[in-house]
Design a binder for this molecule. Structure first.
Ligand code: ADP
Length: 481
């Protein structure tokens, strides 16, 4: 099959979260399985310097954006057979310090930036010589692409336009803009209603309303978002489109997330030989300035610091638990109120808490490898990746049972013969603290801890299974099943 992906971020070129991981890994898995794959994303600042093999294509973009004509270039990089990354270069829009925002403030022209990206995507879908059979777009930043395809199919004689699959990675971010931004689409007003919601342009809604097939990143989240509690005001539309809406669990790129042959880890280890994990723990404690105590249970979180990730219950739960003999490590960045609260915690418990604000992939591997327990108390979680990385790294996840966390972690109450982690249900600091106490009881029993670790390390979330499910969805979009 020939598939063109489009995303505002793709690993390893640009990343703020799981969206980038998923698009990069799915594209790679498909190409390796013999499919022809392209991936379109913006040429952000620094990508060319980090990847000097990028080549400018002999292809100039000149696309209408409301009353303006915007010029751009295309750069490309083929990393392996059948896999090409296309970068949309538009310095005014993408040559900036941030991807979506700076200092916590969204760029004022995000409608222009991402509608332009969506137009470039549709342009490529239409004119690439290898003629993609499926256009697979992701999240609100490319959410208007299905509408643009429909416009070109109906008004510009684009026969053979590919069906569009739209994947929701997080329904909470919808791309709301003033209604005037509809003009940027340059489509007939008859099509505007698909993108309009409560008197505004809503790019997520456009994707849901107009894509041929909609998916999201775990089966549980696909059920949750049909309810008002998790539906972010769009549950009614998702219920309308339910027959074409599927939940497919993301995979993990085990080429990168591995405990042997991993360039970021000093001590390799495996399910048969866990000794290296203890060494990684001591090395991590040393790196972060904590007492080197392998006998102390070490909890960790690597995350965007937002309400979604459960930070407002994690802080008070830690507050309660830090009076015990535990250590805690945080790597993350996000809302200033959470950043300063974690920094204060580290200042008050210097022997127990280490906080690193920022984004650091190598350190995230070392934390996953060196910790005993991984805390993920999300309010909602479309899929979540770190609990899956944790399982592979023998780090027992402690999660709230929502979305992908519910789908990927097995609590002893669900299957006493093969538990992989600890689940709690109420969104409260007390419930999390209680789950952490269960973790301490497991830690106190080395054979039980090793049982959990090995169960988790055996779980396989590789991309092959995920990819096969997407291929089925593509067949459905093509009307072939
Ligand atoms: P989301 O996409 O909602 O942020 P996911 O769990 O799906 O959450 O994906 C988050 C991804 O970003 C993971 O690969 C995680 O390791 C990574 N990540 C998040 N924060 C940091 C950070 N501060 N440093 C390094 N990696 C991070």
């Amino acid at each position: 099959m020939r598939v063109l992906f489009a995303s505002s971020e793709v690993h390893p070129y640009s990343k703020t979260g799981g969206l980038a991981d998923m698009v990069g890994a799915l594209a790679k898995a498909m190409a390796r399985a013999g499919h022809e794959v392209g991936v379109v994303s913006p040429l952000y600042r620094g990508i060319r310097e980090r990847f000097p093999a990028l080549r400018r294509m002999d292809w100039r973009l000149e696309l209408p954006l409301g009353h303006r004509l915007i010029r751009g270039e295309l750069w490309a990089l083929s990393t392996e057979p059948r896999l090409t990354f296309y970068f949309v270069a538009q310095a005014g829009f993408f040559d900036r310090n941030g991807i979506y925002n700076e200092h916590g403030v969204d760029y004022a022209d995000n409608a222009e930036r991402f509608i332009f990206l969506s137009k470039a995507v549709v342009h490529l879908a239409r004119y690439l010589p290898w003629q993609p059979e499926i256009l697979h777009v992701h999240d609100w930043q490319t959410g208007v692409a299905p509408l643009l395809v429909r416009h070109q199919r109906e008004s510009e004689q684009w026969q053979g336009a590919p069906p569009v699959v739209f994947t929701i990675h997080n329904l909470a971010y919808q791309g709301w803009f003033p209604l005037a931004a509809l003009e940027l689409l340059n489509v007939s007003p008859g099509l505007w209603s698909g993108a309009e919601h409560q008197g505004m342009l809503n790019c997520m809604k456009a994707g849901i309303a107009l894509a041929d097939v909609i998916t999201t990143v775990s089966p549980r989240y696909a059920r949750e978002v049909l309810t008002p509690e998790y539906g972010e005001g769009l549950d009614w539309l998702l219920r309308q489109r339910q027959a074409r809406f599927f939940g497919i669990l993301n995979g993990v790129d085990y080429d990168e997330w591995k405990t042997t042959g991993n360039p970021f880890l000093k001590y390799p280890y495996s399910i048969r030989n866990l000794a290296g994990k203890r060494r990684n723990k001591i090395a991590l404690q040393q790196e972060l300035g904590l007492p080197q105590r392998p006998d102390m249970p070490l909890f960790a979180t690597i995350s965007r610091l937002t309400e979604q990730k459960g930070m407002s219950i994690e802080l008070p739960a830690l507050e309660e638990m830090l009076h015990r003999d535990i250590q805690f490590v945080l790597l993350g960045s996000g809302e200033p109120r959470f950043e300063s609260a974690f920094q204060e915690l580290a200042a008050r418990f210097p022997q127990k808490v280490a906080v690193r604000l920022g984004y650091d992939t190598p350190l995230s591997h070392r934390i996953e490898a060196g910790s005993d327990f991984y805390l993920m108390p999300s309010k909602f979680e479309p899929c979540g990746l770190n609990q899956m990385f944790s399982l592979r790294y023998g780090t027992v996840p402690v999660v709230r049972a929502v979305g992908g966390l519910a789908d990927t972690v097995v609590d002893a109450t669900e299957d006493p013969s093969c538990p992989t982690g600890i689940k709690f249900y109420n969104y409260s600091a007390q419930a999390l603290a209680k789950a952490m106490q269960k973790a301490l009881a497991i830690f106190a029993d080395p054979s039980l801890l090793s049982f959990y670790r090995r169960n988790g390390m055996r779980v396989d979330f590789s991309w092959e299974r995920t990819m096969r499910e997407y291929l089925k969805v593509y067949q459905q979009a093509l009307g072939k099943d």
